[in-house]
Write a protein that binds this ligand. Sequence first.
Ligand code: HPA
Ligand code: ZN
Length: 346
Amino acid sequence: MLKVKPVSAERLPELLRRMPKAELHIHIEGSLEPELMFALAQRNGMATAYPDVESLRRAYVFDDLQSFLDIYHAGTLVLRTEQDFYDMTRAYLVRAASDNVLHAEIFFDTQTHTGHGLSTEVVINGLHRACVDAKSELGISASLILCFLRHLSEQEAFEALEQALPLHDKLVGVGLASSEKGHPPEKFARVFARARELGFRLVAHAGEEGQPAYIWSALDVLKVERIDHGVQAVKDPLLMARLAKERIPLTVCPLSNLKLRVFPALAEHNLKHLLEAGIVATVNSDDPAYFGGYINQNFTQTFAALGLTAQHAYKLAHNSFEASFIDEKRKRQYIERLNASFETFN
Ligand code: HPA
Ligand code: ZN
């Protein structure tokens, strides 16, 4: 691990912006900015619920996860063609590359879109083509993680998995998203067991709003390799010890937690505590078009609110590569670039 030189509070945002990083928790539908949403609605000849971009943005005030998911779902209605999925993903990857994201693992779901009459192929082919083009044109690598919607049934998750199988080589893993409370990981035990047999990498949202028991069952029943959010783990010392000992990464999303009122203020976020407990925490944007910031804004605002240092920055970026699903050789290459960026920063 690199010995990190101290950086002044004034220079820290610049360090955070420049540092190479991976983003591991981004729902691509949550990157759909109002401007693009209106453009797609127009292209597809659809009416929108709000007259303009400003009034739509003003509606982005949430009480909790469910109040967000309702608006988020309405936003996905404009996605109708493979090109729409391509354009949305391209816009995110351009933005991420400008934040010095070297690698992104992108969540999406098919159930929302098949529910709107689209095929699984339209969704995955649009997303995948944008990832392939971004690699050659922007130098950013990206892979795709299909999330099951936990408010729907086990049977529907099995159908989503089945429909995605012909496109298996365009996906790296499966995850679990949507309304957490009342939908414990165990509900999807058999789907995850099947996905595991098929060679998918496994992640799940757990402990965003839900109790630590959901994190235990995501690990022990679903056998996931990473926990998305996981911030409620601090309520359970035994779980904290396990996460640290087994180096199970948490993909933390501070601005999401703020906007969905998981914490009353950014200054009360537990990211610093998680890091100091030895947990492999990472910083991510979740749904940046809705929560007021892409990954670098998550870094700069959280660092300012919690008084985090250059040492924490290095740790978080290092964790992001360590926790990613890229091979060991590429991990080493990315970490070398990370080290170089810290060594040459002045
Ligand atoms: N939690 C659960 N489901 C989601 C989220 C989230 O933060 N964002 C998009 N789908
Ligand atoms: Zn999420």
